[in-house]
Design a binder for this molecule. Structure first.
Ligand code: ZN
Length: 500
């Protein structure tokens, strides 16, 4: 299959995307991009879509957290076909570059087209998942696309633990075939994914007074490659929080330094690229500390030379004022946890070559007056492995003692690959008819909302498709606009195939 060449963009009427095809899709994409819609702030976009659907006479159900269900009858000849659920999420990840002042609560995304790609301007684009919502609106608005009865489900809070899908009332659905539009590769069909669960590991802090003559230092590890904790976990990149634990073990064991504060990571689904500890040490021990840290940092840099070439460890004076430090026991518990928590790939699939089956990412580290908190995200394609990893983490908390505890949240089941899926086989046939070749079939270690729909609707058959997008969740996020038409063609062809 060859991708059409990029188009020259027509900027009439202040539209950035005018001239891109399919025009109906890009019209909705631009309209949605203008509406602020970070997670938990979906009311405005939800109301906008609800009004749009009601104006066309469709049945609309909006729940109290602004999830939407919109029903459109089948077109002539498809009235009695099995209903198709079309799914996307309305919230987007709100990230901006350093120095970019973007008010995500009140401003939409400023789009720009560079060659074949649509970008934000110093911010995330939100193609994840404006794409899905724009396709759904395109189908709702169309009167020339034959399709079975549609149930359009647009969820909220996907990017913060899939809260919308958790909350959504599955009994409102009559369809058993679900097409999700949150995939990022037009040449493949997405046919299964891992589930995931988050684990909060807490260690209550006991404090001791700080020796006031001591020097406060910042021990910092930065410049790591980071990445998505599910899509990139197989790359075996260094985890800043885990490596900080390794350095802290030396600091505490060999130099008598005390720890006052720790922090690291940005999001439950990101491999941490930076972490820092504030420590307190006798001035006479600083040279020794620097030497030991340098030696260990050199080992770490060598080990991760291929994956994290810009990894950097620094020890610098800290301006932080504090009068107390973690007790020796609390610091020991912290170091044990950071060094012994499972991290990275835990098992690989024996069925799909190269696919990671289970992993853990030690994703967030923080401390306050009460406790040290370490948040882990555990994706796994097999539930029992997921819970087994959680249980290991719990066992570690029991071994560490000192009041350490484990609490789980955002438990999302997996969506297992089924080669006999009607949706998958219909999509394969539609793809071949449209493009004259076979699509790839992808099963992923990432976790989507679809596992939750599997729990809500008995025997649901699901598939996910979408145009090409890169670096979602980052300010480098970009959508290849030349691939949108391929997904639109596949979508229309698949809906025809699903007449029976
Ligand atoms: Zn996302």
């Amino acid at each position: 299959m060859s991708f059409p060449a990029g188009k020259t963009v027509d900027k009439r009427d202040n539209s950035i995307l005018a001239g891109l095809e399919p025009a109906i899709f890009f019209g909705f994409f631009e309209e949605l991009s203008a509406i602020p819609r970070g997670s938990y702030s979906e009311k405005q976009v939800s109301d906008h879509i609800a009004d749009f659907a009601r104006a066309r006479g469709f049945e609309v159900y909006q729940d109290e957290i602004y999830n939407l269900l919109i029903k459109k009858p089948g077109t002539p000849g498809y009235e009695n076909s099995p209903t198709v659920i079309l799914h996307g999420h309305t919230d987007i990840v709100c990230e901006s570059d350093e120095g970019v002042d973007h008010d995500f609560k009140n401003e939409g995304i400023k789009l720009q087209v560079i060659g074949d790609f649509i970008h934000g301007t110093g911010t995330t684009l939100g193609a994840d998942n404006t794409v899905g919502v724009a396709f759904a609106m395109s189908l709702l608005a169309s009167d020339d696309v034959p399709h079975p009865p549609l149930e359009v489900v647009l969820t909220v809070q996907e990017e913060v633990g899939k809260g919308g899908a958790q909350h959504f009332d599955g009994t409102k659905l009559s369809g058993k075939r679900l097409l999700d539009m949150n995939w990022h590769d037009p040449k493949s069909l997405f046919a299964g994914c891992a589930g995931d669960i988050s684990v909060r590991f807490k260690i209550p802090v006991q404090w001791e007074p700080r020796v006031s003559e001591q020097t406060a230092l910042s021990l910092r590890i930065s410049g790591l490659s980071s990445g998505h904790s599910e899509f990139d976990i197989h790359l075996e990149r260094a985890n800043a929080i885990v490596q900080l634990g390794r350095l802290l073990r030396i600091v505490i064991r060999d130099t008598g330094a005390r720890v006052a504060e720790v922090k690291g990571g940005v999001n439950r689904y990101v491999i941490p690229g930076e972490a820092e500890a504030i420590i307190s040490i006798d001035a006479s021990r600083i040279v020794d500390l620097r030497q030991r840290i340098e030696a260990e940092a050199a080992s770490i840099a060598l080990e991760y030379n291929a994956s994290d070439p810009n990894l950097k460890v620094t020890v610098s004076e800290s301006g932080r004022q504090f009068t107390q430090v973690f007790s020796a026991q609390s610091a020991r518990a912290l170091v044990d946890a950071l060094n012994l928590l499972p991290n990275g790939v835990q098992s690989k699939s024996l069925q799909v070559e190269g696919l990671v089956e289970s992993s853990n990412t030690v994703a967030l580290l923080s401390s306050d007056e009460e406790a040290i908190e370490i948040v882990n995200t555990v994706p796994s394609a097999v539930s029992s492995r997921r819970y087994n990893i959680v249980d290991k983490i719990r066992q570690l908390s029991e071994l560490i003692g000192n009041g350490a505890s484990v609490e789980t949240f955002a438990d999302c089941p997996e969506w297992p690959y089924n080669p006999h899926s009607r949706m998958l086989n219909a999509a394969k046939a539609a793809y071949e008819r449209e493009f004259g070749e076979q699509p790839h079939v992808e099963v992923s270690h990432s976790s989507l909302e679809l596992g939750l729909f599997r729990k809500k609707v008995l025997d649901i058959d699901m598939l996910s498709i979408g145009p090409e997008a890169f670096d979602v969740h980052t300010t480098r996020e970009r959508l290849n606009h030349t691939t949108v038409d391929l997904t639109w063609r596949l979508l229309k062809s698949l809906l025809r195939e699903l007449r029976t």
